[in-house]
Design a protein around this ligand. Structure first.
Ligand SMILES: Nc1nc2c(c(=O)[nH]1)N[C@H]1C(S)=C(S)[C@@H](COP(=O)(O)OP(=O)(O)OC[C@H]3O[C@@H](n4cnc5c(=O)[nH]c(N)nc54)[C@H](O)[C@@H]3O)O[C@H]1N2
Ligand SMILES: Nc1nc2c(c(=O)[nH]1)N[C@H]1C(S)=C(S)[C@@H](COP(=O)(O)OP(=O)(O)OC[C@H]3O[C@@H](n4cnc5c(=O)[nH]c(N)nc54)[C@H](O)[C@@H]3O)O[C@H]1N2
Ligand SMILES: [Mo]
Length: 675
């Protein structure tokens, strides 16, 4: 008899879906979206629909393994958990005595978004005195830029956008990366709203929009200043709102003078008439709404870009209009009691920090002490981290001890000395917040662990025991931790207990409507056109429209390249499923026919894509969906599934963004040649 059990999608996606999992004989047979979840509404993406194939895959890692071949060859033999954990303790002790505890580096990100397991290694590594990892690879620039303008606060509830009359999807491929938002936008359209996409290429979402503006990558700040120019000049602004809720309008006005549309057209490549038309629509809309993705912030000046976009609602008062506003992340509403989970004060203090974006540098340049052990979990750095040739050179070091806790033998796992088999979310208990909606959920195992797989928490607790760490955090269960997380005095979590969550149904946080009606999270409590705190950090306190540029390639490589997500993968996850790889098709580079003609490149030709940092091979797809000078590579294929076994992050850079110290994944200059 098939039983249907509630679970939650653990992946790094704003939609955090409620799932109904069909289970029989302790096996997952089917996965669908929970029809009772108001954001999931019974729909699920193709990736997660394939979850039974993932959980019960013949390639799933089921036992601990030890390397037998050379690093990167992927030859392993089965060992016991006792041997594996014993070896880790032995090696870590030895490294600590020779090089000090900072020679150990944890490397983890968002393989699971469950709050308990995501943070399950923190207390262990803090107690050990390991180097601290700055987890900035994804959203840190967007977060910092947005915070400078509006504060680190919850943003507009996507569900309210149905009452908007103008939806701007700004640097988000909503249909692929936030697909459950789309029905709300369609409902708005049914009620008369216009859907506009602002994106350098015609992605899946732009194909279905009413209007598409195509800025050159890295020019959103200039575009926004151009829109502001029109709004101010034509008095399409809300003076009363500006007086009450914003700071620095006069300074902004002076800055905006420097961005007439003639100049903005030159920077962005968008005809002045299109910018003027969009500005008028925005200024005249009853309740204009913006959904920003992460794309505009994945550039060297990405913080400034996001900050500038976030100021736009302040000119028209959109944040306080029914149906209007701006959505970035919703996660700050889930203000759990994180102290005991983060365990910041455990162990020695003042340990060095290493930015995860600069893993290549950390593994190949750092001394005093060098990194001698890398403990990877919830992440696939050989594929997702920038400047892969450096990362791989580091991972291949014979003197580096690498532990990888994984579901599959990923391209990172090929370099492991020890492989630890991981339980999936279907086999674990956890608490799930979201960064795209306001529902809180808890999941319990729907099947028992497959093979000898173990959860992240159980592994770190076992290691802690072997190191004789006796603090309470090393023996609390998932349930204990969830209870503590919810013991928060945050206003939006009020009254929610584990008891309320235990049947797996989502609970909506009690956020104000509109969410910004309680004020902004900046030092002044207002939208800050002028930011004194940015000034104090040596940044321009006003929005600045200079474009982002890949300085290492300037003058050497003519084509811009962005590397946004692919529909059928989730970052590098789901490469392991053959049917999804088939759906994804060949790894391609989108190139404008004019650029292709200049290089003698034809459709489907295998091409070499290169810059100073590295090279890889892709199949050319000639299309006017992108503009001359701009190329697009969707998705992160494991290098082993790429021609010549080299991934796209061979070409991206470890340089950090202007704000938030994040990665500029879309800020690359390259050249292409036929092979
Ligand atoms: N199917 C699928 N879903 C995913 C993911 C996935 O890999 N696959 N990844 C998940 C994760 S971890 C995240 S963080 C989110 C990311 O979700 P998104 O925000 O949608 O992804 P981004 O990579 O930031 O790219 C978004 C869009 O920004 C555009 N873009 C690039 N540069 C610029 C620019 O300078 N200006 C403007 N206006 N647009 C620009 C890109 O062309 C792309 O269409 O999605 C999550 N969901
Ligand atoms: N060029 C380029 N590079 C990018 C991006 C881009 O747009 N362009 N996007 C960037 C972004 S936004 C992000 S967030 C990062 C994402 O980088 P990562 O967080 O590394 O994301 P994934 O590639 O999904 O890899 C997660 C890994 O964790 C494993 N995993 C899942 N659940 C568990 C678990 O419960 N336990 C353990 N032990 N392992 C588990 C999965 O099998 C998978 O191999 O990539 C970044 N890299
Ligand atoms: Mo991300």
């Amino acid at each position: 008899m098939v039983q249907f059990k509630r679970s939650v999608c653990p992946h790094d996606c704003p939609d955090t879906c409620g799932l109904l999992v069909g289970v029989e004989n302790d096996r997952v047979l089917s996965v669908r979206g929970d029809p009772e979840h108001p954001f999931t509404r019974g729909a699920i993406c193709a990736k997660v629909r394939h979850y039974p194939e993932r959980v019960h895959s013949p390639f799933r890692l089921l036992h601990p393994m030890k390397r037998t071949g050379r690093k990167g060859e992927g030859e392993f033999e089965r060992i016991s958990w006792d041997q594996a954990l014993g070896e880790i303790v032995h090696r870590y002790r030895k490294i600590i005595s020779q090089f000090g505890s900072e020679a150990i580096l944890p490397y983890s990100y968002a393989g699971t978004m469950g709050v308990v397991h995501f943070h399950a290694g923190h207390s262990f590594f803090h107690k050990l005195g390991a180097s601290r990892l700055l987890r900035t690879i994804c959203s840190a620039a967007a977060e910092a830029g947005f915070a400078a303008s509006m504060g680190s606060i919850p943003t507009t509830d996507i569900e309210t956008s149905i009452k908007s009359d103008l939806i701007l999807i700004w640097g988000s491929n909503t249909l692929s990366t936030n697909m459950h938002a789309w029905p709300f936008f369609l409902e708005a359209r049914r009620r008369g709203a216009l859907i506009v996409v602002i994106d350098p290429y015609e992605n899946r979402t732009a194909e279905r929009a009413d209007l598409h503006l195509k800025p050159r990558p890295g020019t959103d700040a200039a575009l926004t200043l151009g829109i502001m120019h029109v709004l101010i000049q034509e008095e399409l602004i809300n003076k009363e709102f500006i007086r009450r809720h914003t700071l620095g309008f006069e300074e902004l006005k002076a800055r905006v003078e420097a961005y007439p549309l003639s100049r903005v057209e030159k920077i962005t490549g968008i005809p002045a008439s299109e910018i003027e038309d969009l500005a008028r629509r925005y200024g005249r809309a009853r309740a204009p709404y913006i959904r920003t993705g992460w794309g505009p912030a994945r550039h060297l000046k990405g913080g400034m870009a996001m900050r500038t976009i976030a100021l736009l609602p302040g000119l028209v008062g959109a944040t306080h209009k029914d149906g209007g506003g701006i959505t970035r992340s919703t996660s700050s509403a889930f203000a759990f009691n994180m102290g005991p989970i983060l365990a910041e004060d455990l162990g020695p203090q003042g340990m060095r920090t290493i930015n995860m974006v600069q893993l290549g540098h950390a593994l190949t340049d750092l001394n005093d002490p060098p990194v001698k052990a890398l403990h990877v979990y919830h992440s696939n750095p050989a594929v997702v981290a920038p400047d892969s040739s450096r990362v791989l050179r580091g991972l291949a070091r014979e003197d580096l001890f690498v532990v990888v806790h994984e579901h599959f033998i990923t391209d990172t796992a090929l370099y492991a000395d020890l492989l630890l088999p991981a339980a999936t979310s279907m086999e674990s208990t956890d608490l799930y917040r979201s960064y795209g909606h306001y529902y809180l959920q808890m999941a319990r195992p729907v099947i028992s662990p497959v093979g000898e797989t173990r959860s992240t928490l159980s592994i770190f607790q076992e290691l802690a025991k072997r190191f004789s760490f006796t603090e309470r955090c090393f023996s609390e269960t998932e349930e204990d931790k969830i209870q503590m997380l919810l013991a928060s005095d945050a206003p939006y979590l009020k009254g929610i207990t584990p008891e309320h969550l235990k049947d797996g149904r989502p609970i909506k946080l009690s956020i104000p409507d509109p969410v910004f009606s309680k004020g902004f999270g900046t030092p002044s409590g207002k939208i800050e056109f002028f930011s004194e705190s940015m000034g104090n950090e040596g940044l321009d306190p006003l929005p600045d429209g200079a474009p982002s540029l890949d300085e290492e390639g300037n003058g050497l490589f003519p084509l811009q390249m962005i590397t946004p997500p692919r529909h059928d993968f989730l970052n590098s996850t789901f490469n392991e499923i053959e049917s999804l790889r088939d759906r994804a098709g060949d790894p391609t580079i989108l190139i404008h026919p004019d650029d292709a003609a200049q290089r003698g490149i034809e459709e489907q030709m295998k091409v070499k894509v290169f810059n100073k940092r590295g090279e890889c091979c892709l199949f050319a797809h000639l299309t006017e969906r992108t503009s001359p000078g701009v190329t697009v590579v969707e998705g992160l294929y494991w290098p082993r599934f790429m021609p010549e076994n080299r991934g796209i992050n061979q070409l991206t850079s470890q340089r950090l963004t202007d704000m938030g110290n994040s990665c500029a994944f879309h800020c690359n200059l390259i050249e292409i040649e036929p092979i």
